[in-house]
Design a protein around this ligand. Structure first.
Ligand code: AMP
Length: 699
């Protein structure tokens, strides 16, 4: 239900408001087709904005395709700016046929534009829709008038049916293209709710288990969570021990070991043990609900984003109306009514340029497909326009800048008696007896290098310290530095976890594990700095892990950030007047993704993050943000160029059409009008196709 907000908040006075309007009026509800494309992973929210957008998308396609034959017949039967083109023909009373067809066309195909215009006027900001409506109304009404006059007086009056039909078709086509380019607006709220199981296993007084819907849980209830299940509510562990994975909720990089007294969050995933949890928060106060609230708060924030196409259309609208009025009055005074009407009408018809209908949609379509080829799914086309002058980029750590996996970063040798392979074999061998996440990482590290684990005779777990075992008559231990009791002088990546391999009492090796930076993260930071975008890392992870990654990257950072903290960070920066891009992957990032001027989600992240973002990195590669920034700059430049070629000349053409130079014999002849219309449309189309990105240097 908030998705319309999401979109309209970014497209404040934009076409989308028109779609919203139509949706509210239920006009398009019968067009249920075309949903299949986008609904795949959003089955079941028919009330959400995304289905709304799909309706509209399907709708413009249908409007265009059904209007096309009608428009073509009209164009064949009516001359262009009074000129008969070689393929055109007329027959007795053909102008009456054209008038009837045009009436059908304006009612059927013109409807969305008029509805959009009404909405723009309600917001007191006439833009594209108002301009198109003006062009359509004037050309249609005047042409009808021309037909009537021609029959009444017998004197031929030039009509604008050709301009009317071609304008309508181009505008519908442009909107269809544009709609295709915009992806779905996901439903973050529903996806968030899905993280929490529907039912909870409540432990009753007599130790029997009752299955109860999560909504009916009370504070103080004792619930049981089996291994591998998601935790149904926020609470404190009463009994049991396990590792709980909160990575996607909080941004903590590894599964956290938890036991009695520790807090768990509803929506996190329980690891290997069974947990008995006392419910602490339910309903509105739960972690997930608070994230939901933040997301809807973010979505209801009005956006300051301005859209250049909308602005240009607004100017043209005002200029056309003012110039036309002046022309009418002046020509009434110095000429006669027919002259005044002709100049006024020509001004208004010229004002709504055909090329404007394609100027932006073609660039958007081209830019979207270029983006896709670089791992970018641009859901909100405005994101590109906004991003090109961004000031700050806030980056989540776990899963965004780093792989989000707990991996072996380094293996050190302390005794040249052993080769590295032998140490790795010993490490993997001894870990065969442990179920610690470190064990899993070490074993797969050895597997990747085709190193067979050494075989151990016996292995024992030393709780909270590591493992020990016997092999080939030696006693080995793999334990924390703390458990070993001595500080070793090892240069390990900051924030990494270190365990030392001890043989009899000597250290023979060490292994550092941690969350690794993605290979392209450093490059991204360089690009940001080059583009004067200040990078800030904001992570839910602890100070040590955060500092490690931030120092490696050489950027400012904030650690221990809750979803609220990240949200506040974005808000503060926005309030300072900065344009903020947020990049993240987790549930904890979702509110700030929604609030930021541009939200970029990592494709491999949670659906909640994807739904809250404007752009998705489909390859989950932060390096693709570089392409995004390039695309943002180039797309915006193209849009400006196209607006110039599609509408800019109008700033000269409108006064000419109004007859400003008529006293010295220069008017905008119909021929020139026709040429301008065709040439500018072609220029705009070709210019859009020429949008390209630099070849990627790192392949
Ligand atoms: P824990 O509290 O179980 O996470 O363990 C504390 C520290 O002991 C870890 O940070 C490791 O340095 C070390 N440790 C525990 N278990 C293992 C293991 N299976 N392999 C290597 N080191 C371990």
């Amino acid at each position: 239900m908030n998705n319309d907000n999401r979109y309209s908040s970014h497209n404040h006075h934009d076409y989308d408001d028109m779609y919203k309007l139509k949706h509210e009026h239920g006009i398009t509800d019968e067009h249920g087709y075309h949903k299949d494309q986008h609904q795949v992973h959003h089955a079941g929210h028919d009330h959400s904005g995304d289905s709304g957008h799909d309706h509209h998308h399907g709708n413009f396609k249908e409007l265009f395709l059904k209007s096309l034959p009608l428009g073509i017949i009209i164009m064949l039967l009516s001359p262009m700016y009074g000129f008969e083109l070689p393929f055109q023909f007329t027959f007795p009373y053909s102008d009456i046929v054209v008038a009837i067809l045009s009436t059908i066309l304006i009612i059927y195909g013109g409807r969305p534009f008029y509805q959009g215009a009404v909405d723009e006027f309600k917001q007191k900001e006439p833009g594209m829709m108002a301009l198109v409506s003006l062009g359509l109304s004037v050309s249609y009404l005047y042409s009808i008038y021309a037909v009537i006059i021609t029959y009444v007086t017998g004197e031929h009056v030039m009509d604008f049916f050709f301009e009317f039909a071609s304008l309508l078709l181009i505008m519908l086509l442009g909107h269809w293209i544009e709609m295709k380019a915009i992806g779905e607006a996901g439903d973050a709220q529903t996806e968030l709710a899905k993280l929490v199981p529907k039912d909870a296993h409540v432990v009753l007084e007599d130790d029997s288990i009752e299955i109860r819907p999560v909504a009916d849980l009370q504070v103080g209830d004792l619930i049981r969570v089996q291994a591998g299940e998601n935790v149904p509510a926020d609470g404190t562990i009463e009994r049991g021990e396990s590792r709980v994975n909160e990575a996607l909720l909080t941004g903590e990089s590894k599964a956290v070991k938890k036991g009695p007294g520790d807090k768990v969050i509803g929506g996190s995933t329980n690891g290997e043990g069974v947990l008995y949890i006392k419910v602490l928060e339910t309903g509105d106060k739960s972690f997930i609900s608070q994230v939901q609230d933040l997301i809807s708060q973010a979505q209801s924030q009005p956006s300051r984003a301005e859209n250049i196409a909308q602005k240009v259309a607004g100017w043209l609208f005002y200029i056309a109306v003012i110039v036309a009025l002046i022309a009418f009055v002046v020509w009434m005074v110095i000429g006669d009514i027919p002259t005044a009407v002709t100049f006024t009408i020509t001004t208004l018809v010229i004002a709504c340029p055909h090329a404007l209908g394609l100027a932006i949609p073609l660039v958007t379509a081209r830019s979207t497909s270029l983006g896709a080829s670089r791992g970018l799914l641009v859901k909100d086309r405005q994101a590109l326009e906004i991003a090109q002058d961004a000031d700050v980029m806030i980056l989540d750590k776990t899963g965004t800048l780093t792989t989000g996996e707990f991996k072996v970063l380094d293996v050190e040798l302390f005794n040249n008696k052993y080769k590295k392979e032998e140490i790795i074999a010993l490490l993997a061998g001894i870990e065969g007896g442990s179920s610690h996440p470190i064990a899993q990482s070490i074993i797969s590290f050895a597997e990747q290098q085709d190193i067979r684990p050494a075989s151990f005779d016996s292995i024992d777990v030393i709780s909270g310290a590591g493992v020990e075992g016997k092999a080939g008559g030696h006693r080995y231990q793999l334990i924390s530095q703390k458990a070993y009791g001595r500080n070793l002088d090892i240069d390990i990546p900051k924030g990494a976890t270190l365990s030392v391999l001890v043989e009899n009492d000597d250290v023979i090796g060490a292994v550092a594990l941690g969350d690794e930076l993605k290979p392209t993260s450093k490059e991204l930071i360089k690009v940001l700095k080059k583009n004067n975008i200040q990078p800030i890392m904001a992570t839910g992870d602890n100070e040590k892990a955060a500092q490690g990654a931030a120092e490696d990257l050489g950027i400012e950072y904030r650690s221990n950030q809750s979803p609220q903290d990240k949200y506040e960070l974005v808000k503060t920066l926005k309030d300072e007047g900065k344009k903020v891009i947020m990049v993240g992957d987790g549930v904890n990032d979702a509110p700030s993704l929604a609030l930021a001027d541009v939200g970029i989600a990592v494709g491999a992240g949670t659906q909640v993050a994807l739904d809250s973002a404007d752009v998705i990195l489909t390859q989950s590669d932060p390096g693709d943000i570089e392409s995004f920034i390039e695309l943002a700059h180039k797309t915006t430049r193209k849009m400006k160029q196209n607006l110039f070629w599609g509408a800019g000349y109008n700033f000269i053409a409108i006064p000419l059409a109004a007859g400003i130079l008529a006293p010295i014999g220069i008017t905008l002849s119909p021929a020139l009008g026709a040429i301008l219309m065709s040439v500018s449309t072609v220029i705009v189309a070709i210019n859009a196709i020429l949008l390209n990105l630099d070849p990627k240097n790192n392949g």
